[in-house]
Design a protein around this ligand. Structure first.
Ligand SMILES: NC(=O)c1ccc[n+]([C@@H]2O[C@H](COP(=O)([O-])OP(=O)(O)OC[C@H]3O[C@@H](n4cnc5c(N)ncnc54)[C@H](OP(=O)(O)O)[C@@H]3O)[C@@H](O)[C@H]2O)c1
Length: 359
């Protein structure tokens, strides 16, 4: 496979640190540029991150002394790389403008941010679910007036456990509705217990904007490409409540689901066991071997035990049983900064590279 030079915009943040860690030893992507706000620009990566380093392993020697660039110096960054990952904490309209300015500088953007998720010609892709949405990229390039540049995004971390679990059942059995309660880790807010001590021994029943994303983004993922845009699916109807809980990493979800043709428990377990997506078929370097793992034990999946399954890229499911109001209920878990953020974006970039979109 060809080697690509890669930049991380927002490299000093929680998700940016994950990108830096994942890219340090990537077989296809060489970490060439780190960029962040003017506060960090000109400092070494180690100085810019300071006491915010939140990864389990120490910062690797080869990135410590890299000098952080100003992310707003688009030409300077874009001229050194084949594409960038982007994970910044800025206003939505500023992020939209920044990402489009990279695309217009012929530097593709693989984004972790929500700003472009509902732009109709921007593909929002989970490689195991909707790889065909990349087909809108030529239409987006035509709108932006670019030859190579485009923006592709990954979906929100909250839904990266239950959408994968619902996906293999949706069409065959006619999923009509789902009710979801999520229990989300503090790293999803870019925090640790050191930076958010109020979360120790606490639960906060509100995460701004999260319930809307959890209900609406699945419909774009399950949408169809028509005339150069993605038309969201009309069903199933999804209702969500999202809670912040005192866990460092790993988003859990309790899910209820109903179907037109109710499957047996064995049929559901078989669809989960056999499910394979484009990421597995193409053997992308970050793809888990088995996307969906079902645990028979009643007390699994557990956040601490199971969030790192297959390098944090697999989804864990358990406790499938009939429900009194819906057809079935179950629980599921995914790692929010790996599968749900940087890992999911790296996997998307691998899909884009494998399909020639960076060439
Ligand atoms: N954490 C998660 O699990 C998660 C999951 C999915 C999506 N996301 C999304 O990913 C994005 C980043 O989240 P995070 O948790 O990593 O946030 P974070 O830890 O607060 O990091 C924010 C990053 O943005 C940079 N930044 C801030 N203002 C900037 C500016 N004006 N120009 C350029 N860079 C600027 C910061 O640079 P400085 O250090 O220089 O200030 C830092 O690198 C957000 O859009 C978030 O919604 C996060």
């Amino acid at each position: 496979m060809k080697q690509y030079q890669v930049g991380v915009v927002g490299a000093t943040g929680m998700v940016g640190q994950r990108f830096v860690s994942l890219l340090a030893q990537h077989p296809w992507f060489n970490l060439a540029v780190l960029a962040a706000s003017p506060r960090s620009a000109g400092k070494t990566y180690e100085e810019a991150v300071g006491d915010r380093w939140a990864m389990p392993d120490p910062m690797l020697a080869n990135v410590r002394n890299m000098v952080v660039l100003d992310a707003s110096h688009v030409e300077e960054v874009a001229s050194q790389v084949d594409f960038v990952f982007c994970a910044v904490d800025m206003k939505k309209e500023e992020i939209r403008a920044l990402e489009e300015s990279y695309a217009k500088a012929e530097c593709p953007v693989v984004s972790n941010n929500s700003a472009h998720r509902f732009t109709p010609d921007v593909p929002m892709v989970v490689p195991e679910i909707n790889p065909e949405h990349l087909e809108v990229i030529p239409a987006q390039r035509a709108r932006l007036g670019t030859k190579k540049g485009f923006v592709a995004v990954k979906s929100n971390c909250s839904l990266q456990s239950y959408v994968p679990a619902l996906h293999p059942l949706k069409d065959e059995f006619g999923l009509t509705k789902a009710l979801v309660c999520t229990y989300q880790a503090i790293s999803g807010a870019g925090k640790t217990f050191a930076t958010w001590p109020e979360m120790v021994d606490n639960c906060i029943p509100y995460i701004g904007g999260e319930e809307e994303k959890s209900e609406q983004e699945p419909l774009k993922l399950w949408g169809k490409v028509e005339a150069g845009v993605i038309v969201p699916a009309a069903a199933p109807s999804i209702t969500a409540q999202c809670l912040r809980i005192p866990v460092s990493d790993g988003h859990m979800a309790a899910v209820f689901m109903s179907f037109e043709k109710t499957p047996s428990k064995e049929e559901i377990l078989a669809r989960w066991a056999d499910y394979e997506g484009e990421a597995q078929r193409l053997k992308l370097p970050s793809a888990p071997k088995h996307f969906l793992h079902y645990f028979e034990e009643n007390d699994r999946p557990q956040t601490k035990l199971d969030r790192n399954l297959e390098n944090g890229m697999a989804v864990s499911i358990g406790r499938l049983r009939p429900d009194t109001q819906y057809d079935y209920k179950f629980v599921c878990l995914s790692h929010n900064t790996l599968r749900g953020a940087a890992g999911g974006a790296v996997l998307l970039a691998e899909l884009l590279a494998a399909k020639g979109y960076f060439d």
